[in-house]
Write a protein that binds this ligand. Structure first.
Ligand code: CA
Ligand code: CA
Ligand code: CA
Length: 438
């Protein structure tokens, strides 16, 4: 159809009955609405898209949908204002933002997370914005790191010389909090503990910082704020993000007050070898979400870092909830905008469950979890994108390949439905790991 050639579009996600899409007519960037699922043909699906008077149909491959679900679910989303905060995605047709509630918002986000495991980005907006997840199984504090938080931080190779002592690129650090379901009701209504990170005791960090964001006179305007130090500023509208409002209007209709530990600004204006000026957001040492790339063990967290309000070790034996909160208040020009932590998932870090697994089960290439498994397992790459794209195979003990796949840079699910119980090997090149199906 002719209309197809007139648009650049990208489907960002789908959620059961309907699909959303960013539609960019040439020359006039604009997000457009709902794309409905109409037809199913093997693993391709037909989509219809309308923008203005144009109607187009196209086929897209459907992402592999995990069968067993993720190890976490979002139970609360309270973003600060931001360029990636757009409540129109959450709304049913004809619904107004005032009628949105946390449950509906979380249902939408969880559907996206299930369909794009560990790669759908939940943006927390400016300082104080947060997401809270429940771990489907309690996570004990073992030796060393216990979980990894996925985001979209990266190092900028143009600054490689600086990376040796101070990595920089896009680091938008979020403070991590943990909680245990002490009253056993499945809700995050128990005491919370902050994970101490490398900046917790830094003199430039501010404990008990509070910010108030105000709904502007025109909801599509910049979002003004005032903080507990008397400073004022704005979350500025960005050319590329033209949604109705940057304010999370389902949380508040006049102002939103958010508090926490403020980390100092981490951006510096640098000059690339080409001569172009660019903001570089430098990574803090350790203990923060969206602060180092996913394939770095500096994005791993340790439950034993949890401290109480006085800064004393909390001594938690296990946790059931994780919260991530944007920790800097920073507004940048040159098309960057506010600094907002992104969240893409929590992976409980697997450990050898018994000596029988041997060290190869946790080879340098993969982590397989849970192990033993039932209907399948997750595979994540220790070296991240360095080995993404490699061909891998799942082999039974007779050496027969029962499944072929490509390794990916974020955790992916390998279904084992229909395969007999027993021991299998996941192999890529010379690296392999054992997985036991119960
Ligand atoms: Ca630990
Ligand atoms: Ca509880
Ligand atoms: Ca980010």
């Amino acid at each position: 159809m002719d209309a197809v050639s007139r648009f650049v579009f990208g489907v960002s996600a789908y959620a059961g009955k309907c699909y959303f899409c960013s539609l960019v007519p040439y020359g006039a960037p604009e997000r457009c609405g709902l794309v409905r699922y109409r037809e199913r043909k093997e693993d391709m699906r037909r989509f219809f898209i309308s923008g203005g008077t144009a109607l187009a149909a196209f086929l897209l491959p459907v992402l592999l949908v995990a069968q067993s679900g993720l190890p976490f679910e979002i139970v609360e989303y309270r973003p600060a204002p931001g360029q990636f905060v757009d409540y129109t995605y959450f709304l049913e047709e004809g619904q107004s933002v005032q009628d949105l509630d946390n449950a509906q918002v979380c249902a939408y986000l969880n559907a996206q997370c299930e369909n794009m495991p560990f790669s759908y980005l939940v943006s927390l907006g400016g300082f104080g914005g947060s997401v809270t997840v429940r771990l489907k199984e309690s996570l004990p504090d073992g030796d060393g790191a216990d979980f990894k938080i996925y985001g979209n931080a990266f190092y900028d190779p143009a600054y490689t010389p600086a990376l040796t002592d101070e990595p920089g690129g896009s680091a938008e650090p979020g403070i991590v909090w943990v909680s245990r379901d002490e009253n056993g009701n499945g809700l995050p209504d128990d005491p919370w503990y902050e994970l101490a990170g490398s900046m917790t005791d830094d003199t430039a960090a501010v404990a008990g910082y509070t910010i108030t964001y105000y709904v502007p006179d025109s909801i599509s305007g910049d979002i003004p704020w005032r903080d507990s130090r008397g400073d004022t500023g704005r979350i500025a509208r960005m050319e590329m993000h033209r949604q109705e409002s940057y304010f999370p209007l389902w949380l508040a209709s006049d102002s939103l007050v958010l508090s926490g530990r403020l980390l100092p600004p981490n951006a510096r204006l640098e000059t690339k070898p080409s001569g172009a000026a660019q903001w570089v957001l430098y990574s803090y040492g350790w203990g923060y979400a969206d602060n180092h790339p996913n394939n770095s063990n500096l994005s791993d967290m340790d439950i034993s870092w949890a401290v109480d309000a006085e800064g004393n070790p909390a001594g938690l034996e296990s946790i059931d909830f994780v919260r991530v909160v944007t920790a800097v208040n920073q507004q940048l020009d040159l098309g960057v905008g506010e600094t907002s932590t992104e969240f893409a998932g929590v992976e409980p870090l697997s450990r050898p469950s018994s000596g029988r697994e041997g060290s190869d089960a946790f080879s340098s290439l993969f982590r397989l979890w849970p192990n033993p498994c039932q209907d399948g397992f997750w595979c994540s790459l220790v070296s991240g994108d360095a080995s993404a794209g490699l061909e891998a195979g799942l082999y039974d003990l007779s050496g027969r390949c029962v499944k072929e796949m490509k390794l990916r840079d974020c955790p992916f699910f390998v279904g084992m439905d229909g395969l007999p119980a027993g021991l299998y090997l996941l192999r890529a090149g010379s690296a392999y790991a054992r997985i036991l199906k119960k």
